[in-house]
Design a protein around this ligand. Structure first.
Ligand SMILES: Nc1ncnc2c1ncn2[C@@H]1O[C@H](COP(=O)(O)OP(=O)(O)OP(=O)(O)O)[C@@H](O)[C@H]1O
Ligand SMILES: [Mg+2]
Length: 278
C-alpha cells in the first residue's frame, strides 16, 4: 500500500504567526501527488510562502494536519525524513549557496545526509548535468550569472533526490533570459524525473506549464484547477488581486468588443490562431 502515502496533504490547515493575529493561511485542504506540477499564485501577503513552508516542516500548522508521504510534519522524529523528501528553493540564489566551488555546493546536502562518498559523486554529477552546469563545477558560485546561480540552487536540491521540489518565486530576481533557463529546467525535471513541482510565482505566464493552479487570497485557497479552468474565472482572479496571462486578457477584451474568440484561449499562439481562423 506504499502508493497510498505518495502525496503531501493539507487537512484543515491554519497558521497563526502570533496569537490574536488573523491567520496567514486559513483552513487549507489540498493534495499534491507525486509527479504533479502545481503553480501557486496570489497577491503579496496572501499566504503563498507560509503555505510552502508547511510542506517541509519549516513551519508547523497551528490547526489541522500536513502529511508528507504519510508522515505528520508535527512529529519531530520525522523532520529529517520529510526534508529528504521535500526540497526547497527560494527567491534569492545568493542566500542559498554555501560553498566555495560549484561542485562543493551541490555536495553539501548529500554530505549532511551522511551518504557514501561514491554516492555523493554520482549525485553531484547527475544534478549538475540536469541543470546544465557541469562545465562550471570547479568555479566559485559568485562568478555565475543570476540564472546560473538559481540553477545551481536547484541542483543542490536535486542532489537530495527529493520526491517534491518546492520553489518560492525562483525567478523573481532573474531577467527574462534567466527566467526562461529556470522554467525550461523545471519542465525537464517533471518529464524526466517524475518529480512533483510546486512553483510559487507572480507571473501568470509561468503557470501555463502547470497541471494545476492554486489561487491564494487572504490566506485561503480559493481555486485549485487546471490553468485553462482557472483563467476562465476572471472575476475570481480580480478578487484575488491578480491579472490573468496577457493573451487571456486580450481575448477577453476582444470578446467584449464583439469578436468571436473562444473561452479557452491561454497563450498568444492560441489567440493568433483563433483570430486567423475568424
Ligand atoms: N514571520 C512572520 N511573522 C509574522 N507575520 C508574518 C510572517 N511571515 C509572514 N507573515 C504574515 O503572514 C501573511 C502571509 O505572508 P506570506 O509571506 O505567506 O505571503 P506571500 O503570499 O508569500 O507574500 P509575497 O507575495 O509578498 O511573498 C502576511 O500577512 C504576512 O504579513
Ligand atoms: Mg512569499
Amino acid at each position: 500500500m506504499k502508493e497510498a502515502t505518495n502525496f503531501i496533504s493539507f487537512a484543515g490547515v491554519s497558521h497563526y504567526y502570533n496569537e490574536g493575529d488573523s491567520p496567514a493561511i486559513n483552513n487549507i485542504n489540498a493534495v499534491i501527488r507525486r509527479g504533479e506540477f502545481i503553480a501557486v499564485v496570489g497577491a503579496n501577503g496572501s499566504g503563498k510562502s507560509t503555505l510552502a513552508r508547511h510542506m517541509n516542516a519549516l513551519l508547523l500548522p497551528s490547526r489541522g494536519k500536513v502529511l508528507v508521504n504519510g508522515a505528520d510534519t508535527r512529529d519531530a522524529e520525522k523532520t529529517v525524513d520529510i526534508r529528504k523528501h521535500v526540497g526547497m528553493v527560494f527567491q534569492n540564489p545568493d542566500n542559498q549557496l554555501v560553498a566555495a566551488l560549484v561542485e562543493e555546493d551541490v555536495a553539501f546536502g548529500p554530505e549532511n545526509l551522511g551518504l557514501d562518498p561514491d554516492e555523493i559523486v554520482l549525485r553531484v554529477d547527475s544534478a549538475l548535468t540536469a541543470v546544465g552546469l557541469s562545465e562550471f563545477r570547479n568555479k566559485p558560485p559568485h562568478l555565475l550569472s543570476g540564472g546560473q546561480k538559481q540553477r545551481l540552487a536547484i541542483a543542490g536540491a536535486l542532489a537530495m533526490r527529493p520526491d517534491y521540489l518546492v520553489l518560492d518565486e525562483p525567478t523573481a530576481m532573474l531577467d527574462p533570459g534567466g527566467r526562461k533557463e529556470v522554467l525550461s529546467l523545471l519542465g525537464c525535471l517533471k518529464k524526466e524525473y517524475g518529480m512533483a513541482l510546486v512553483l510559487i510565482t507572480h507571473l501568470m505566464e509561468e503557470t501555463l506549464l502547470a497541471d494545476r493552479v492554486w489561487v491564494m487570497s487572504g490566506g485561503a485557497l480559493v481555486a485549485d484547477d487546471s490553468p485553462r479552468q482557472v483563467f476562465r474565472h476572471l472575476e475570481l482572479l480580480a478578487e484575488a488581486g491578480l491579472e490573468p496571462a496577457p493573451a487571456v486578457m486580450l481575448a477577453a477584451r476582444l470578446r467584449r468588443a464583439g469578436w468571436d474568440v473562444p473561452e479557452h484561449i491561454l497563450t498568444l499562439d492560441e489567440l493568433v490562431n483563433s483570430i486567423c481562423r475568424l
